[in-house]
Design a protein around this ligand. Structure first.
Ligand SMILES: [Ca+2]
Ligand SMILES: [Ca+2]
Length: 227
């Protein structure tokens, strides 16, 4: 039985927000970008979508035709709490297709927090064959208070399905990159939420066999020192 240190939820999220409160440089374009990810055959992979904006935006939508063998796991889409105000996210596969449509909006037309970073993540089941698979987004739209569609680029991502996933310190959701969604995944694990997928060895950054707040802080440090 792995030991879990319990820490009040509020304290954890307060700690998490500190390093992300800094003022970032404004991106040059309004972009949605699907990050590259890695996963195992016949397993689950977490796909992160980043939103970079140099303008205020309140909503977005995109379609992702899923390669054969992949399917969207219903209900798996989540918003990054560091970018969300009162936004809602919906995702589902369009009827009789394998096209995933994701839609994020606010009933009060609230604008997203921050200018860069992951905005949503979702999970796909993976095919039996190893290889590289492209996720090419289509019909990308960003809604802003004074525009029809503010998006300037919508960038594809590649999912590499490989036989075994190398150990990557901090990559607690095992998708090959370390970002805020790993911090959220590790915190969820500490709170007993049983996040899936979860890579204990990656999450245990200091390698002491326990997952606790020091691993969360170490993960934040990895992210803040990455280019
Ligand atoms: Ca990750
Ligand atoms: Ca540890």
């Amino acid at each position: 039985m792995k030991k879990i240190t319990q820490i009040p939820k509020l304290l954890l999220f307060a700690l998490l927000l500190i390093p992300f409160a800094g003022k970032a440089q404004l991106p040059e374009l309004n972009i949605l970008e699907i990050h590259d990810a890695v996963g195992l055959p016949q397993s689950t992979v977490v796909i992160d979508v980043e939103m970079q904006i140099n303008d205020i935006m309140n909503s977005f939508q995109l379609d992702i035709p899923l390669p054969s063998g992949f399917s969207y796991i219903d209900g798996s889409v989540v918003l990054n709490p560091m970018r969300r105000v009162d936004h809602n996210v919906y995702a589902n596969t369009l009827p009789d297709t394998n096209i995933l449509r994701a839609l994020v909006y606010s009933l009060t037309n609230a604008t997203f927090l921050g200018y860069t970073g992951i905005v949503i993540s979702f999970k796909l089941t993976t095919p039996t064959q190893t290889g590289n698979y492209m996720l090419e987004p289509e019909n990308c739209i960003m809604g802003c208070p004074h525009c029809v569609n503010g998006i300037e680029d919508c960038i594809h991502g590649m999912v590499s399905i490989i036989e075994s996933i190398p150990l990557t310190s901090g990559d607690s959701n095992c998708n090959g990159s370390v970002n805020v969604m790993d911090v959220i995944t590790t915190v969820k694990y500490m709170l007993g939420d049983n996040p899936q997928p979860f890579c204990f060895e990656n999450a245990d950054v200091n390698g002491d066999g326990n997952i606790d707040i020091t691993d969360v802080i170490s993960t934040v440090n990895i992210i803040m020192n990455m280019r």
